[in-house]
Design a binder for this molecule. Structure first.
Ligand code: NCD
Length: 404
């Protein structure tokens, strides 16, 4: 399927071949990151940001301008009608009459899906709460691909607040889909949500080893979970086996209370000394911003690629915009056996059979009153449903037949 007119809300919205096509286009766009190519002449992009951002918003805006298009921007939604109580659905139906593509960041999980459901122009998710950040994943995968020459078989450790970190959520699946080997390293309490680990396993046959700290890898301690990790732990310095170490910050704004955040804060720090134990050709990555989890001294290590990683955001976002705007058709190759392809969503409105709402307090359906909660059956876990917006999973109150 062509990418023209398509929205990118989740990393699951594009097939493996479509993602590769964006990467190919990004290589071409990399020639134009300083000039101006007339690909998006006459088109306008709106960035609608309800949360702070530096890289994501500015790289999207630069990308559109380098493509020759125009930009209208809401960098702080509190100065718009949102402050008067305007809904996401109403906002995007206004913005679509001005702009040809909308890039949205909002703290509510599932919010970007709502925007895409209501807008008649493509919508790109630039981060919806703790849920997903698919364009950061494109940038992260592209970084590994350019720096290592491949994704298949690359060993990547995702380190940090994997519970709340949306970049890690989208990236774990991106890596698994392209055959990279994933290891999860999170301090106690900040581990990746169980339903995501289950999906990695059941849908993508990816069973990451899990550790509580990178130093456990240096001392060769046993991983907490994971089959392949168990063998690796027999050697000392497991850390030296990784091709990439992807560090993330503790996501302060996602904690239910300041007290909870204080407990998790400073629970890990990646130091120069620790990184010296990594492979000489390893990549130290970070979606940025960093706070205190990644020492500034690591910057002088040649393995630190996070500033380059941020720079890759420009050609990748130029490619994505050109493709969804239909100005530079991405050449999507035929799917190979085992490739991931998006499936049609079969949503069920459970209010008809049970007065069911999504239990996730940060789900957009609990904040925007006009939305009806919808759920989909989870293929790989029996009698389980997931919210169609935030993907929160729970036991189905009734069987699939009852909900028809
Ligand atoms: C990330 C985000 O917003 O989720 N930043 C980014 O887009 N590069 C990571 C973070 O804020 O920690």
């Amino acid at each position: 399927m062509a990418l023209e007119g398509r929205s990118l809300i989740s990393i699951f919205d594009f097939s493996d071949r479509e993602i590769e096509a964006v990467f190919k286009l990004a290589e071409e766009m990399a020639q134009h990151t300083r000039g101006r190519v007339g690909l998006a002449e006459g088109l306008i992009m709106c960035t609608l940001f309800y949360e702070p951002s530096t890289r994501t918003r500015l790289s999207f805006e630069t990308a559109m301008q380098r493509l020759g298009g125009g930009v209208i921007s809401v960098a702080d939604a509190s100065v718009t009608s949102v402050a008067k109580g305007e809904t996401i659905a109403d906002t995007v139906r206004i913005v679509e009459s001005y702009a040809d593509v909308i890039v949205i960041r909002n703290p509510l999980e599932g919010s970007a899906r709502v925007a895409a459901d209501y807008a008649s122009v493509p919508v790109i998710n630039a981060g919806d709460g703790a849920h997903e950040h698919p364009t950061q994943t494109l940038v992260d995968l592209y970084t590994i691909r350019q720096e290592k020459g491949r994704l298949k078989g690359v060993k990547v450790a995702l380190v940090g607040d994997l519970r709340h970190g949306r970049t890690a959520h989208s990236l774990a699946f991106g890596l698994a889909r392209f055959g990279a080997e994933v290891t999860l390293v999170a301090p106690p309490g900040l581990e990746m949500p169980a339903h995501l680990a289950t999906r990695l396993d059941k849908e993508f046959n990816c069973r990451p080893a899990q550790y509580h700290s990178l130093s456990e890898m240096v001392t060769g301690e046993e991983p907490l979970k994971g089959r392949s990790g168990r063998q690796r732990a027999l050697t000392s310095e497991v850390l030296s086996l990784f091709d990439a170490v992807y560090v993330t910050r503790v996501q302060k704004e996602r904690f239910p209370s300041e007290q909870d955040y204080q407990k998790a804060k400073s629970s890990y720090e990646i130091t120069e000394e620790l990184i010296s134990k990594a492979r000489p050709d390893a990549l130290v990555m970070h979606p940025l911003p960093r706070v205190d989890e990644l020492a500034h001294a690591v910057d002088r290590d040649p393995r630190a690629v996070y500033f380059r990683q941020a720079a890759y955001g420009l050609p990748v976002r130029m490619a994505l915009l050109a493709a969804v705007l239909g100005r530079r058709p991405a050449r999507v190759r035929k799917a190979r056996k085992g490739d991931y392809r998006p499936k049609p969503r079969h949503e069920v409105d459970f209010r008809k059979v049970a007065d069911l709402r999504c239990p996730n307090a940060r789900c957009v359906t609990n904040h925007e009153v006009y939305l009806s909660p919808h759920f989909t059956f989870v293929e790989h876990v029996p009698e389980t449903i997931a919210c169609a917006y935030c993907e929160y999973e729970m036991k189905a109150p009734l069987g699939p037949e009852a909900a028809q």
